[in-house]
Design a protein around this ligand. Sequence first.
Ligand code: UN1
Length: 505
Amino acid sequence: MTAPATQTHSLLERLGVPAAALRGGPLSVRSPIDGSTLAQLPVHSADDVSRLVGEAQSAFLAWRSVPAPRRGELIRLLGEELRAEKETLGTLVSLEAGKILTEGLGEVQEMIDICDFAVGLSRQLHGLTIASERPGHRMMESWHPLGVIGVISAFNFPAAVWSWNFALAIVCGDAVVWKPSEKTPLTALACQALFERAARRFGAEAPAGLSCVAIGLREIGEAIVDDTRVALVSATGSTRMGREVGPRVARRFGRCLLELGGNNAVVVTPSADLDLAVRGILFAAAGTAGQRCTTTRRLIVHESVREMLVARLRKAYEKLAIGDPREPGTLVGPLIDRAAFESMQSALAAAAEEGGKVYGGERVLADTRPDAWYVRPAIVEMPAQTATVRHETFAPILYVLGYEHFEEAIAMHNDVPQGLSSAVFGNDLRETEQFLSAAGSDCGIANVNIGTSGAEIGGAFGGEKETGGGRESGSDAWRNYMRRATNTINYSRSLPLAQGVRFDV
Ligand code: UN1
């Protein structure tokens, strides 16, 4: 296979990122495939971020007056660019984030889907009309562009998460400053180049500064978080990061959209179709090497099917092809880096200490890929929902817990600090509906007979509790990127006050 750096450079060239931009700078970008260096990038300073936000603010002032359907046209063109370069960008995602090619392509498809969604939305930024209590008056609600949106994204979806925010923000009339993960800045540069292609085709109506990428470490994120001109900070990452970002943005009365950790569970009931459950769990728990925020991390299974299901899963896990994510047939690529491997190993050690029986989890391919971190996904049978189980470890570990009564399963399911995604497998309507009810799963996403990951863009994406409460992507998530004005209009010749108040001289 071609060396990752060579392949990356030619993909970037094709996507419009000149090779000169990749040489010389303090930020080493590595491929998790073999640990080799892909690029040395220059980084921005906090002052640079301030300048970029200023440019975005000017762009916003012009862009907000462009009619929304026309703004949609820009995103339609971005969707066309993404369609044309799906293979290129998808491969780049594989090289930089280490996900298998079909998932890299899937990520770009998710971007195309949100562009389509946003184009339709650009003609549907609907407000309300409201009945006024006063004669000759009417009330309405208008939605206006919000301002500069700061997007902070993680390595594991280096492109799609930006696009969920970006496509909606642009049709909503905003400008976007993006801080990608320092582990995956090349994909961000490629996305920006594709956007610029679309903007050139769109013409001068798209102001300079509508979209930019700020590369760097923590201080770049902090500069965005603290800048009062950034109206909304949309941040995806760890709960620890969100705990810092949330209060800092709140202190300056900015808005936050937080998409943080998950500790997603699948409940398997006695009536479940086990063939379906095995397939669903396998992809959701071991796919993307366990590095999705929606990855299944806990399996809560009825004691009557526990042994059988675990045996089948163990067999399926043994057959998982682990290796170079570009190779056809590979199902599990590498972990992002050594730190991810180490946190997986310490979670497994802690779980064993707590009485867990660990299957798998060991490093593989260390001889041929000494600078990369490949692991066999792990299954851990736990005696109880211990501290380790309640913590999100961003690696392929599936903790198995047994239950006797469905109420117990729901209680155990909800007894973690996170609340992103969940699923129940079963054919007993009473149980599956109970899972979806107010007294069921407390997550932002609750599924029946499919896994916890791989959500479509049409639904609102996000979760409760330590997941942060934000909703991105479909449904009415666009409202995050706009501000609401309530308007009362008097078309009569008198001026009655509301609530019958009298104030006459
Ligand atoms: C993430 O892991 O940050 O539902 C996003 C899914 C994908 C998005 C995951 N559509 O798994």
